[in-house]
Design a protein around this ligand. Structure first.
Ligand code: ADP
Ligand code: BMX
Ligand code: ZN
Length: 291
């Protein structure tokens, strides 16, 4: 059975074919279109999957946003160019004429990374630091999606009551400060208009403001990890996303976490499947559902 797997993020779209051993082939990527209208996303997805779906028997999607009954509802529409609602499963089923399922991207990645851990770990949390800050939680060996698909959206917990307004409507969310979009919008002076990727490159070249923006993000993430440990008593936290995987970032988060009281500390690992965790998790979930 070949599964077409798709990952929809705020910055990039990815797709590949997964076989039953979860080996990914023919991986393709393109930028996520920034448009309030669903048509742009639909057109980009059609282009992305055109060479792949004729070879597949089903489709599994990991997508940013709250995924409920196959519909994407953005918690933070700013991350999707203002797009707040998209009938994901309907669109892809019609396009491919294949059975299709969808789940939140970080929840999918959590499921993939959970399976890479040792068998004694049954409680874990995955965090992605990317366009936004997303999360997924495995509790007693079960992936939690919640009543409405919201479970694990840790990026929208409070980091700073005096912090910037988040696209979700709250003030001072972890995501508004620490995510790729968060650090890009806080950048000023010669860094104004830079992407998070560019800010990391400047920091590596010794740029002070760039280094401070990354440090602030890492400190916010460390406090989030401590809060998660207190709330869930998880055995470990796994970190992914392009910022989470960037050189030196995880080490900075660990340094801040070490300043927390012992009871709040938890082993912090880098995502084994790196940029493929969402794709792989979606494929696993489709297998579990025998879609
Ligand atoms: P998505 O959010 O679409 O899943 P990513 O995980 O690639 O995609 O996250 C995108 C964010 O990560 C953007 O803010 C981008 O600027 C930033 N980014 C991309 N590559 C890097 C990198 N090598 N180092 C640091 N940040 C990066
Ligand atoms: C946002 C939210 C989450 C998502 C997270 C990471 C939207 C559109 N997305 O908190 O559902 O898991 O970003 O998403 O509200 P990414 O685009 O950074 O991968
Ligand atoms: Zn928020």
């Amino acid at each position: 059975m070949i599964t077409l797997v798709i990952d929809i993020g705020g910055t990039k779209l990815a797709a590949a074919l997964a076989d039953s051993a979860l080996t990914l082939t023919q991986r393709r990527e393109m930028p996520t279109p920034a448009s309030k209208t669903p048509d742009a996303l639909q057109a980009a997805l059609a282009e992305l999957v055109a060479p792949l779906f004729p070879q597949a028997q089903r489709v599994a999607i990991a997508s940013t946003g709250i995924i409920r009954h196959g519909v994407l509802t953005a918690l933070n529409p700013d991350n999707l160019g203002g797009l707040s609602h998209f009938p994901l499963v309907d669109v892809i089923s019609r396009l491919t004429q294949l059975p299709c399922m969808a789940v939140n991207d970080a929840q999918a990645a959590a499921w993939a990374e959970y399976h890479a851990l040792s068998a004694d770990i049954t409680n874990m949390v995955f965090l992605t630091v990317s366009t936004g800050v997303g999360g997924g939680m495995v509790s007693n060996a079960k992936l939690l999606t919640g009543t409405e698909g919201l479970a694990g959206h840790f990026g929208h917990t409070l980091a700073d009551p005096l912090g910037p307004k988040c696209g979700c409507g709250r003030t001072g969310c972890v995501e508004a400060i620490a995510s790729g979009r968060g650090i890009a919008s806080a950048a000023h002076g010669d860094l104004a208009g830079c992407t998070a990727k560019q800010i990391f490159a400047h920091a590596a070249a010794g740029h002070r403001q760039a280094a401070e923006l990354i440090l602030r993000s890492a400190s916010v993430l460390a406090r989030l990890v401590a809060d998660i440990k207190v709330a869930t008593d998880c055995q470990c936290v796994v970190m992914g996303g392009s910022m989470g995987l960037a050189d030196g970032y995880l080490a900075q988060v660990r340094t801040f976490l070490d300043e927390e009281p012992q009871v709040c500390r938890v082993p912090l690992f880098r995502a084994k499947y790196q940029h493929d965790a969402g794709l792989r998790g979606a494929a696993l979930l489709a297998q579990d559902m025998t879609l």
